[in-house]
Design a protein around this ligand. Structure first.
Ligand SMILES: C[S@@+](CC[C@H](N)C(=O)[O-])C[C@H]1O[C@@H](n2cnc3c(N)ncnc32)[C@H](O)[C@@H]1O
Length: 220
């Protein structure tokens, strides 16, 4: 259903040669792209999660983390570093992802029940402390198409988080401000004790994406 959109890179690509070239130039000039290459990370998106975690201290040593929309694997890389040897990371994406040590990967479209179920099997019913979702559909540039698709992925990730996290657990998700956001935000505040939104420096200012950090899942 959706095709590759690595770290938001897909937005607007493939339409015109000129705009693709402009995008590629912006991408390669980007300090976060360069830093990720130098530091051995798979995506510039790692700096978003690092900044969020420095501020909110969600992922800690020994925790069990699920990373949705994980390819090419930047968030999974740093989540695995953060949880250390005593923790574990399960990751899932519609695209293939090169293996990472200590990360269990499930490939599939998360909008399909079968993928959702395979992710649950990979979690093995063990306590889950944190759900991450950086999922984003490939953007067509038409808000009336893109926003419902993006909200649908957020809602599916939210459902899994609420149903699978241990009480007290946390959910960090990318979400695009627009139609459906306010209703979703109201819902999330019912289920979690603390909900804040973040716009990390590595998130492009012109992008409507923000990250919502919801912690302290209420029991029941
Ligand atoms: C912004 S990228 C994630 C980058 C990742 N956090 C990292 O640090 O490397 C968004 C991801 O969402 C995935 N995605 C989009 N639609 C999806 C779907 N229906 N099911 C699963 N993954 C999906 C894309 O394939 C893409 O890899």
């Amino acid at each position: 259903m959706f095709t590759r959109d690595v770290a938001g890179q897909g937005a607007g690509m493939g339409k015109k040669k000129g705009s693709s070239r402009a995008w590629l130039k912006e991408h390669h000039d980007d300090i976060y792209v360069q830093r990720a290459q130098q530091e051995g990370y798979r995506s510039r998106a790692v700096y978003k999660l690092m900044e969020i975690n420095e501020k909110d201290r969600i992922i800690r040593s020994g925790m069990s983390v699920l990373d949705l929309g994980s390819a090419p694997g930047g968030w999974s890389q740093i989540a695995a570093e953060m949880v250390g040897d005593r923790g574990r990371v399960v990751a899932s994406d519609i695209l293939p992802m090169d293996a990472l040590p200590d990360v269990t990967f499930v490939q599939g479209d998360f909008t399909e029940q079968e993928t959702y179920d395979r992710v649950l099997v990979a979690l093995g019913g063990q306590p889950l402390d944190v759900v991450l979702s950086d999922m984003a559909p490939n953007m067509s540039g038409m808000p009336e198409v893109d926003q419902p698709r993006a909200m649908y992925l957020v809602e599916l990730a939210t459902e899994l988080a609420i149903n699978s996290l241990s009480p007290g657990g946390a959910f960090i998700t990318k979400v695009f401000q627009g139609e459906g956001f306010e209703d979703w935000f109201r819902q999330i505040r019912i289920h979690f004790g603390r909900v804040v939104s973040r716009k990390p420096k590595a998130s492009r200012p012109r992008s409507r994406e923000i990250y919502v950090v919801a912690s302290g899942l209420k029991a029941g």
